[in-house]
Design a protein around this ligand. Structure first.
Ligand code: CP
Ligand code: NVA
Length: 327
């Protein structure tokens, strides 16, 4: 897959230039693998201490309407490592916060910068930003999706297992934004995915049904079930996320009560009956709730490699979408 030749010179890379990344579902299989190929190259280069200023002179506006550690820092460092300039824009300080239209914000920012990364609540706002602006928009998390996270997760699996096709991921807990992007992503990388969640917190049926349909020809199995122990049997990857996502704080108590039996602990990991099982979490983790310390810090956990790969995958995304001087 990674042939080491100039990964920007083919038609897939050229076709991605100037596009937005709003959902993994919008990417073709080839585009997902192109991101992984460029990611692998850039990761190798930076580990070897090489400087690669592919985005010299480019600027990225980063709008945050919710808190962030990984997304903010990894995008900021990604732009810096690529020779570009990231602008951190806290929504509280923007006129958006006082009611300026997202469409006007999109038009104005398109006159100043080369790309926008946004973390917000409504997926529609990200779509509007892309529709009204003239520059690439990258979804840095909405209530519905978290595409950059899922791309980093599948790249991590590819890196560790040398393949993704035919592997089984079992996502345990809240059927949330991360679960949605993992479902869309599974179809792109040929993986089976089971969501083990309570009836009250299932992923959106529309996303599940569409992905089932899209994955049919490849024989991809996408299931939603309610028994975590049954679900994890034979899992290659056990994945979990917080029970209360940003913006759902009012529901926190109810969610903890209902999700208590979906904790990823040593017994659940053992139930996978796979000595090579990997445990993943997008972080931040609420240790003791959705995942125990024993598992987070245990031998099956790859959570910090996964977090590191946000940086490398996003460098690839930025380079593919914002670079315009292909040789
Ligand atoms: N995983 C993730 O997106 O982390 P942050 O909320 O810290 O950005
Ligand atoms: N589901 C979580 C992911 C955080 C990265 C949230 O939306 O808060």
């Amino acid at each position: 897959m990674f042939n080491g030749t100039n990964c920007f010179s083919d038609s897939v890379a050229k076709g991605m230039q100037g596009k937005s990344l709003l959902s993994i579902n919008d990417l073709s299989h080839e585009e997902v693998w192109k991101i992984f190929e460029v990611c692998s190259e850039l990761k190798k280069q930076v580990k070897a201490g090489a400087v690669n200023h592919l985005l010299q002179g480019k600027t990225l506006a980063m709008i945050f309407m919710k808190p962030s550690t990984r997304t903010r820092v990894s995008f900021e460092v990604a732009m810096w490592q690529l020779g570009g300039y990231p602008l951190f824009l806290n929504s509280q300080d923007l006129q958006l916060h006082r009611g300026e239209a997202i469409s006007d914000t999109a038009r104005v920012l398109s006159r100043y910068v080369h790309g926008i990364m946004i973390r917000t609540f409504r997926q529609q706002d990200v779509e509007d930003l892309a529709n009204y602006g003239t520059i690439p928009v990258i979804n840095g998390l909405t209530d519905l999706l978290h595409p950059c996270q899922a791309l980093a997760d599948y790249f991590t699996i590819y890196e560790k297992r040398g393949k993704t096709k035919g592997l089984k991921m079992v996502y345990i807990g809240d059927g949330n934004n991360v679960a949605h992007s993992l479902i869309y992503g599974a179809v792109k990388v040929g993986m089976h995915i089971t969501i083990a969640c309570p009836r009250e917190f299932q992923p959106l049926p529309g996303i599940v049904e569409k992905s089932k349909e899209d994955g049919k020809t490849q024989g991809i199995k996408i299931c939603v079930t309610h028994d975590p122990y049954e679900a994890v049997k034979g899992a290659d990857i056990i994945y979990t996320d917080v029970w209360t996502s940003m913006g759902q704080e009012a529901e926190a108590k109810k969610k903890v009560d209902i999700l208590r039996s979906y904790r990823v602990d040593g017994d659940l990991v053992k139930a996978a009956e796979n000595k090579d099982v990997m445990v993943m979490h997008c972080l931040p983790a609420h240790r003791g709730d959705e995942i125990t310390n024993e598992v987070m810090d245990g031998p099956y956990s790859v959570v910090f490699d996964e977090a590191e790969n946000r940086l490398h995958v996003q460098k690839a995304i930025l380079a593919l979408l914002l670079q315009d001087n292909y040789k």
